[in-house]
Design a binder for this molecule. Structure first.
Ligand code: R5P
Length: 316
């Protein structure tokens, strides 16, 4: 599918996705060893020549975030020192993206720190998916492709029975995203108004839209603990929605007991993608995981062949 001077490497964060991408591109995965030293330092060794190659490193910086980030930084450093021609960091989920501004005095802008580190080690180009705050693009002074997996979710939903459906945004921050879902699916929109009490707690203070007798599809970009989306589910049930809900998000971080929290009898389906690897023990019977491999393979193919990637952006 692509010329011979391309190589795809993977850290340990989402090897199945990286392998599927490499398979679709017909390249196979590059040979890299990654181990923990006895003192928990990360040891990386690239075991094949990359001299003059166009190299892509697939590594979402999901949990354990700092370990996965460090693996990515060290792989890129090794590739640069081994004379790779161009290094693209393919980061399907960008850890620290929710710390993209100072919400209070004396806080770091952690997403900017990560962007600086990636550029400092020699990343030449970056490919991301559905970043939490699009303005974060300005943290990078290198070419960037921002893909969206939302059209995959929309295409899947279009094949379902959507009669009486309503798209629900769990907070005003997701209103634009919810509007895009609602428009493309041709269903109405409802909006929850949340007041954030701390970094981890929020309270529902209002609701706009008609939910009586409706089948809600609650959307978000990320599900971490499941708290936001399940709390929204209870709120829409209290507002008269039918107990047949769908939840949809691109990034399923699923921390701690999130899978149990999502596995409720009134939640018909939890739709996620594999930007973050979801191990079998976190799968629940109501979970559907859509693959982003084809999207990334196509993006890498176009970048490598210097053709336009804009047709893949779709949503911003
Ligand atoms: C926050 O701004 C994000 O858009 C998600 O709403 C949040 O990450 C979800 O977290 P949790 O599942 O822990 O409520």
């Amino acid at each position: 599918m692509v010329n011979g001077d391309i190589k795809i490497f993977s850290g340990l964060a989402n090897n199945p996705l990286a392998a599927e991408i490499a398979d679709l591109l017909g390249t196979g995965l590059g040979d890299v060893s990654i181990e923990d030293a006895p003192d928990t330092e990360t040891l990386v060794m690239v075991n094949e020549s990359v001299r003059g190659c166009d190299v892509y490193v697939v590594q979402p910086t999901s949990a354990p975030v700092n370990d996965n980030l460090m693996q990515l930084l060290l792989i890129v450093d090794a590739l640069r020192r081994a004379s790779a021609k161009r290094i693209t960091a393919v980061i399907p989920y960008f850890g620290y993206s929710r710390q993209e501004r100072m919400a209070h005095g004396r806080e770091p802008i952690s997403a900017k720190v990560v962007a600086d580190m990636l550029q400092a080690v020699g990343v030449n180009r970056i490919i991301l998916t559905d970043i939490h705050a699009p303005a974060m693009q300005g943290f990078f002074n290198i070419p960037m492709e921002t893909l969206s997996a939302v059209p995959l979710i929309i295409d899947y939903l279009k094949q379902q029975d959507l009669s009486d459906s309503v798209i629900v945004a769990p907070d005003v921050g997701r209103a634009k995203l919810a509007e895009q879902y609602a428009e493309r699916l041709g269903v109405p929109l409802a909006l929850i108004h949340k007041a954030r009490e701390s970094a981890t707690t929020a309270r529902i203070v209002g609701m706009i839209g008609d939910l009586e007798g409706k089948s809600p599809i609650i959307i978000d970009d990320i599900i971490t603990t499941g708290g936001t989306i399940v709390e929204t589910a209870h709120a829409v049930l209290n507002a008269g929605a039918r107990p047949r809900l769908r939840l949809a998000a691109v990034h399923g971080l699923l921390a701690g007991s999130a899978p149990d929290r999502l596995n409720l009898d009134f939640i018909q389906e939890v739709l996620l993608t594999d930007t973050v690897h979801i191990p079998a023990e976190k799968h629940t019977p109501n979970m559907t995981i859509l693959s982003v491999a084809q999207l990334f393979a196509e993006a890498i193919h176009r970048v490598h062949n210097e053709t336009s990637v804009s047709g893949l952006y779709l949503l911003t």
